[in-house]
Ligand binder design. Sequence first.
Ligand SMILES: Cc1ncc(COP(=O)(O)O)c(C=O)c1O
Length: 448
Amino acid sequence: MTPVFSGVTHMFSPNDLEAYWMPFTANRAFKSSPRMLVAAKDMHYTSADGRQILDGTSGLWCCNAGHGRAKITEAIQRQAAEMDYAPPFQVGHPAAFELANRLTDIMAGDLNHVFFTNSGSEAVDTALKIALAYHKACGNGGRVKFIGRDKGYHGVGFGGISVGGLGGNKKQFGNQLPGVDHMPFFYDKATSAFSKGQPVHGADIADDLEAIITLHDASTVAAVIVEPVVGSAGVFVPPKGYLERLRAICDKHGVLLIFDEVITGFGRLGTAFGVDKFKVVPDLVTTAKGLNSGTVPMGAVFARDGIYRAIVDGAPEGAIELFHGYTYSAHPLACAAALAAQAVYKEEDLFARAGALETYWQGAAHALKEAQHVVDIRNIGLVAGIELAPRAGKPAARAFDVFLKAFEKGLLIRTTGDTIALSPPLIISKTEIDQIFSTLLDILKETA
Ligand SMILES: Cc1ncc(COP(=O)(O)O)c(C=O)c1O
């Protein structure tokens, strides 16, 4: 295709839908029948046609405090007026340091250092690079390989899609990181379908990690990365004992363990992090989304003391220790929003609130067991996955139909493949939980 440069093309383009190339969206289908959101408050969006839409997905797993929270909005406004931007290289601003302290206060173990990014994808690529830099600083520069897991989602950077285990996210982009292998997926529907919380069976599949590390030779392996709870591939909860085994195998071989907590962080599981829920402390933790309740793009990587110390103390005095960072790392608006969001979480005890609702949520989700098309239900914290039987020859079509009908009926859900994934704001009421599942039940009854 030869591009034609014609200078100024339109003084006034019509405000049509073509210019915006939408992410992870069927652009043509959307643009022929758009779904527009124009406002949001607490548990609801308002659609362009004036309807209230109950948010069953915290936007995209991120607005954990609900929408339009005055404290967060005001903090962003104040910060924008006071100092819009500060460069993060060789200069600092107080909110970045304060936020790192507030975050390490709530993080377990000695994960005491925070590197800021602008998204979950950047947090993942940052964590992979920190793992490489750590081994190099320790004199183990041969440790360059990564091990992910089948069905893993770690964002869309080249690092993330390489360690990720979703074919759909790789197939258009042939060239990925070399030296990456994948563990098999842990979930066995035959033994674990309709488990409430963590399945009882399946921990032994973690032992495949031992075989993979041995195959590559431990001296070449830098890190293993997993989501503690699989989100994007359709909500899969790790079997009891599984994460503990991964930790033990990594320890045995000097391999770093990375938890990707981009969706499990900040209360989603009824605890601050998956680290607390499963009582397994990894070496690096990636976060984003709920960090500032989805209000300003931001991600963060937590690193254990020993990792930070090895890289920082290992460099010559006065030298930049890690050649990595983003123009918008620790952006003042994102930091202000995060400090306010963390304050809201604490004042309203929202992580514990999610934990207290878990049993009710679980009961409401599993009440759909006998509904038409339902083949599995999985849950933990305030997350649920309701898997539907696919239509013959048309994977994902049935669930997407449910998504469209739900939107029409005033409920926002998310579907991935044929699974409905639910992750509401942590301020949800029992009445609203009932509303989510009764709406879904009605829709499933009328869905072919
Ligand atoms: C586990 C996990 N990691 C990484 C990402 C990527 O985050 P982002 O879309 O902010 O780049 C996501 C997004 O859903 C995620 O679920």
